[in-house]
Design a protein around this ligand. Structure first.
Ligand SMILES: [Zn+2]
Length: 95
């Protein structure tokens, strides 16, 4: 049981690393890093319009997802989005 959880956590971390490596802000050209817990942190410059919410980072997110094998899920009513990764036969509807 615990072993399976570890593999899952490592896969999440690897996906986060791939996504972080592929992410580049289209406005301030900042990069991103992934935490050991699999969270992607984007390091925008202080004056970046994405930070203030004036400009969406959706285009950058879509490009990074395409390059890293992710899928962007969008809440059309709020514009909030998250990048998800389905792999190793764990996609919805598969075994
Ligand atoms: Zn930025």
């Amino acid at each position: 049981m615990g072993r399976k959880k570890q593999r899952h956590a490592r896969r999440d971390r690897d996906a986060a690393r791939r996504h972080a490596a592929a992410y580049r802000c289209g406005h301030c050209h900042s990069t991103a890093t992934a935490t050991p817990g699999g969270v992607v942190a984007i390091h925008h410059d202080d004056g970046c319009p994405v930070l203030g919410g004036a400009v969406s980072d959706l285009g950058d997110t879509l490009r990074a997802a395409a390059a890293s094998g992710g899928v962007v899920l969008l809440d059309a009513s709020t514009g909030a989005h998250v990048t998800a990764f389905f792999g190793d036969g764990d996609a919805p509807g598969e075994g």
